[in-house]
Unconditional design. Structure first.
Length: 209
């Protein structure tokens, strides 16, 4: 009896995969994923080229970053970064990763930055979730993140992952997740991919500085 159930279970799983693959094709998830990956790669290359260009022609970033490290305590920088990651990603994380490269413990600082970004996303989730109490502000924010809400409804956790690892603002995806009341435990799980982005960018930026 057990042997008969196994082929049926495999067949059901295969059918689900086929249907899921068809759904992602219809909703253009694969095209969106491809375009996001291309934009992400171009973004990394452009960021590196801009830094190298400014370093060569205008500024000494090593001196600038060292002065920044000497002037501001890590507590102030982490607090400001957390605020930035909570309020729609005001400043690119790459700036803070470059700052971490000049610290006494770069990889520890990078881990703490990733954690602040992760927690900032959680804060954005709760902000979005509580906006239901403020209809006027809720409608304004919904218009701002309308595309993210639509994609989140279509692709669920996969879109949360994209928000965590790609140039799509993580805080905006997190706020959209709160607005549509996406499952919080699932959100916390998929958002862990935020650490992957910081690891990748750290490997690149630490080599430059």
């Amino acid at each position: 009896m057990q042997q008969n159930k196994q082929p049926v279970t495999i067949a059901v799983s295969m059918r689900r995969m086929v249907l899921l693959n068809r759904y992602y094709k219809i909703t253009k998830f694969y095209s969106f994923l491809k375009n996001t990956a291309i934009r992400g790669g171009i973004g990394i290359i452009a960021f590196v080229l801009v830094l190298l260009g400014l370093e060569y022609f205008l500024l000494d970033f090593n001196v600038l970053l060292n002065n920044f490290v000497d002037t501001y305590s890590p507590r102030i920088v982490y607090s400001f970064f957390f605020l930035s990651e909570t309020i729609l990603g005001l400043i690119p994380p790459e700036v803070f990763i470059a700052w971490a490269s000049k610290s006494s413990a770069p990889w520890l600082f990078l881990f703490l930055l990733a954690s602040m970004s992760y927690l900032g996303g959680v804060a954005s989730y709760f902000i979005g979730n509580r906006l239901f109490m403020l209809p006027f502000l809720r409608n304004y924010i919904q218009n701002k993140v309308a595309n993210h809400i639509e994609n989140l409804k279509k692709w669920g956790g996969f879109f949360v992952v994209l928000g965590a690892v790609s140039p799509i603002p993580h805080s905006m995806v997190s706020m959209a997740s709160g607005l549509v009341r996406y499952n919080f435990k699932q959100y916390l799980l998929w958002s862990l991919f935020r650490y992957v982005r910081f690891l990748i960018y750290g490997l690149v930026i630490f080599q430059i500085f």
